[in-house]
Write a protein that binds this ligand. Structure first.
Ligand code: CA
Ligand code: CA
Ligand code: CA
Ligand code: CA
Length: 274
């Protein structure tokens, strides 16, 4: 629950963030901070290693292999600023990778670069990737879920789950505001497992949320066909024609993208005059 609260507060702080940017905090240079964070993260990755025996991250003392030689980098652009998210894949997982619109069943530990643990969860929890920091929503897409194994008492566990570490610049985490014991402008480290993936359909309109984007891998939160302020993934009538998206699968084959009555290339559920 603790982490839930943290992310709930995050949603609030994101609002504060945009206000501050416009008002008293106009001097904050997010692009400059992104560059500084990258330097900080690279230095961290060059001077630390993953100790297999305890799964911890330690300072290199005797020529251990630096994390920098093991991580992959993911380039992310947000508000025209380029970020680099680094991730280490310890186990890739075996089922499907989540889209940024999906939910993940995870355990995790989050810490600052000085090893201060600010949150940790050892029992699995479902987290919607639409409601967490960007470092998570992008980072988890690099992993796949594990295989669910049922016990005779109907309890379950996962084998071959995705497992790894995310190294997140502050601009994809809590930004220049910070959060509880996380200081402003802090890059974060999350050790994560990805046990299972739920393909989300937030508005239950029949179209999976990850498909309710403008371009492949686009952001569900910014795509709003009828411009009514409700993004498509939360809008039960995407084109605002008064007909629910659920009822615009005209040929009834379960695919909303192959119904195009006026043959203009735009499927009926996104096309006011169909
Ligand atoms: Ca939907
Ligand atoms: Ca809308
Ligand atoms: Ca409609
Ligand atoms: Ca059409």
């Amino acid at each position: 629950m603790k982490f839930n609260n943290l992310f709930f507060i995050l949603a609030v702080s994101a609002v504060i963030f945009s206000c501050k940017k416009d008002d008293d905090n106009a001097s904050f240079d997010a692009a400059k901070q992104a560059l500084e964070d990258d330097v900080t993260l690279i230095k961290y990755l060059q001077t630390h290693y993953l100790k297999e025996s305890d799964g911890g991250i330690w300072t290199i003392k005797n020529g251990e292999t630096p994390l920098m030689e093991q991580v992959e980098a993911q380039n992310i652009t947000k508000n025209d600023i380029s970020y680099k998210l680094y991730f280490l894949k310890q186990s890739p997982g075996v089922t499907i990778a989540p889209y940024r619109a999906d939910s993940v069943l995870t355990t995790y530990t989050g810490m600052l670069l000085d090893s201060t643990v600010f949150d940790s969860r050892s029992s699995m929890i479902w987290m919607p990737l639409t409601g967490v920091i960007d470092g998570w929503s992008y980072g988890f897409t690099n992993f796949k879920g594990g295989t669910k194994v049922l016990n005779t008492d109907e309890s379950f566990f996962y084998i071959n789950a995705g497992k790894g570490i995310l190294f997140i610049p502050s601009g994809l985490a809590y930004g220049n505001i910070g959060q509880s014991i996380i200081p402003a402008n802090s890059p974060l480290v999350f050790q994560i497992t990805l046990n299972d993936v739920n393909i989300a359909d937030h508005d239950n309109d029949g179209v999976a949320s990850y498909l309710e984007v403008e371009t492949a891998n686009g952001d569900v939160k910014t795509f709003d066909t009828d411009k009514d302020g409700i993004p498509n993934y939360l809008d039960a009538d995407d084109d605002g024609d008064g007909k629910l998206t659920r009822n615009e699968d005209t040929n009834g084959n379960g695919n909303w993208f192959d119904d195009d009555t006026d043959n203009d290339g735009i499927p009926n559920f996104l096309d006011k005059d169909s």
